[in-house]
Design a protein around this ligand. Structure first.
Ligand code: ARG
Length: 584
């Protein structure tokens, strides 16, 4: 990777100037008029070396040879430099035969990614959308880097909400065979659909809030379900199956996939054992009839309440299943690390769970490393979490439909290729719509909140998904025109303009952007890179007439550069989970 190479070369120069082993660092120049890069290491070294930084900088600068070019020292001791044009061409040209575009592979870890997190019988809402988009991009990034990734959707299918629904269905349709002793002996024609469940859930939860007796019934149903009542289990299975089918369809439309479709309920058989073990070892304590794991520490800035392991009525909580799920994952998948891509507002929950897992010995000697990667909210214009016009939670499905609809409208405003059929137009609209929503979500650091602004997200100009898709389509169309004219690509020749140099420099930055995305667990670094690459390519394209260039070698070189840009944009968007249309 170019940055590693530059740092090594700079370190060699520091050594040659007599400063021993110095961790020298090259950076993008803040003053492009004097050079493409700068190195400020002389300044950090000055004190220890007891020399004026500018003197150090001058000595080191004197040792910088090819590919360093235009080397100068400025201010208190900045070394400015550029790269020789021939070097830029050969480094960039190497990408023609390198599907990784210079991005190094890392030492592989087994990484489990817990994201998506939809709940049975509840519509996926914007929080789940963010989790799916960010989590999917991180899984793609980790795979690209060579990690061994196992992703799990971790369905919410085992808490009080399940009991509430079961109780609600029993109240309305007591005659269903789920409520007879022993339960049904075969499939039941119960009329349960995902729409029905979505309608029942808010009503059930509202009733439980308003009426203590209803809440008590729901709690009893939860306990009965969790302790194995066969009829309630059969009903629950139905609710899970119906919900999973809908969730799979939604996530499929989004192009998000998971290795595992496990859920909270998959650890139900280990809960009793775990609770017994934690009680016997004294990790869990009785507290007002419940069983808790104290996880507070003296140095906590804010008190961290104990994790509720088992409530007085014998039911378990979200926290209990999360601790047991870690145990399950350790035994079954032996991960080095587990990442949880979950709303920032669940921060305290994860602090409790991670500490309880450690106290329980589920995490041993810091392995697996547990990380909660929180994210902010997608807000409406009022600054509150995005809702529908009637004030309901916006479902993933309606959001996608809205976005694709907007894309369809926008496509009507631009001139599409004349032979595009209606079916192809639909595919294009879907891809552009998804690109709009995904890029808008990923371009900010995951922890920031952002405001949903469909018109801006869908624009073909500015830092948007559609703009990037359009850049890919445009570069493809240049390549197609060239092919039709019989022009082939060739080896890269030394760039001649600043626009062309800029494209090369951007391309060489790809590996660093991917690594930054991984290291910060935040795809905005890659979004930024893709956008800047597209912009520099567009500037290059406007400055040079590739197809009418008379010098055949230069034309072939510029075509290859176009090819590399196109491939890298596809690669970068691929890691973001975005697919550009073939043409437009
Ligand atoms: N189902 C949860 C929710 O909707 C998210 C699950 C996140 N993952 C976890 N292991 N807790 O809030």
């Amino acid at each position: 990777m170019i940055w590693t190479y530059l740092n090594e070369k700079l370190a060699e120069a520091f050594a040659a100037a007599g400063y021993g082993e110095v961790p020298a660092v090259a950076e993008r120049s803040r003053r492009p008029d004097v050079g493409q890069f700068q190195c400020n290491t002389a300044m950090t070294l000055a004190k220890a070396a007891r020399q004026a930084p500018v003197a150090i900088a001058n000595q080191v600068a004197g040792k910088l040879e090819f590919p360093f070019d235009r080397v100068s020292v400025a201010g208190p001791g900045f070394i400015n430099f550029s790269l020789a044009d021939e070097f830029l061409a050969s480094e960039t040209g190497a990408f023609l035969h390198d599907p990784r575009h210079g991005c190094p592979a890392v030492e592989p870890l087994r990484l489990m990614l817990d994201f998506g997190g939809p709940n049975v019988a509840k519509r996926m809402h914007v929080g789940h959308i963010r989790s799916s988009i960010i989590g999917d991009s991180l899984q793609r990034c980790c795979r690209f880097l060579g990690h061994d990734v196992v992703s799990d959707v971790h369905l919410g299918d085992w808490g009080l909400p399940m009991g509430m629904l079961v109780a609600e269905i029993r109240r309305r349709w007591p005659e269903l065979p789920y409520f007879t002793p022993g339960g049904p002996d075969g499939p039941v024609d119960d009329g349960i659909t995902v729409d029905l469940l979505n309608k029942l859930y808010p009503e059930a939860s509202g009733r439980c809030k308003a009426d203590p007796a209803a809440l008590e019934e729901a709690k009893q149903a939860t306990t009965a379900l969790q302790t194995g009542d066969p009829g309630l289990r059969a009903l629950w299975r139905r609710m899970v199956d119906v919900s999973v089918e809908a969730v799979r369809a939604d996530l499929g439309l989004m192009g998000v996939s998971f290795d595992l479709w496990e859920g909270e309920s998959d650890v139900r058989d280990r809960l009793d054992g775990m609770i017994e073990r934690l009680t016997a070892s004294g990790v869990a304590e009785r507290s007002e009839g419940a069983l808790v794991v104290p996880v507070g520490r003296d140095d906590d800035a804010e008190p961290v309440p104990p994790l509720m392991l088992m409530k007085g009525d014998g039911s378990v909580t979200y926290g209990t299943t999360d601790v047991a799920t870690i145990e399950h994952r350790v035994e079954k998948y032996a991960p080095d690390t587990i990442w949880y891509v979950v709303d920032q507002r669940q921060r305290l929950h994860f602090v409790q769970v991670f500490r309880a897992a450690e106290a329980a010995g589920v995490v041993e000697a810091g392995r697996p490393v547990l990380e909660h990667l929180g994210f902010g909210t997608m807000n409406g214009p009022d600054g509150k979490p995005f809702k529908t016009r009637s004030g309901e939670v916006m479902s993933l499905r309606s959001l996608l439909e809205m976005t694709i609809d907007e894309a369809r409208k926008r496509l009507g405003e631009i001139a599409l290729a004349a032979d595009i059929t209606d079916a192809e137009r639909e595919t294009i609209a879907t891809r552009i719509g998804l690109a709009a929503i995904k890029f808008a979500d990923l371009r900010n650091h995951r922890q920031s909140d952002y405001v949903f602004d469909l018109a801006q997200f869908s624009s073909f100009e500015g830092k948007t998904g559609p703009y990037l898709c359009y850049s890919i389509v445009r570069s493809r169309s240049i390549l197609a025109k060239a092919a039709a004219a019989g022009f082939a690509g060739g080896g890269l020749v030394a760039p001649r303009s600043d626009e062309e140099r800029d494209v090369c420099l951007r391309l060489l930055d790809f590996g660093r952007a991917v690594l930054a995305t991984y290291e910060r667990r935040a795809p905005n670094a890659l979004c930024e890179h893709a956008f800047e690459l597209a912009q520099s390519f567009n500037a290059f394209y406007h400055a040079h007439h590739i197809l009418s260039e008379e010098d055949a070698a230069r034309r072939a070189s510029m075509l290859s550069l176009t090819r590399i840009v196109c491939d890298q944009l596809v690669l970068a968007l691929g890691i973001l989970g975005i697919e550009a249309p073939e043409r437009m």
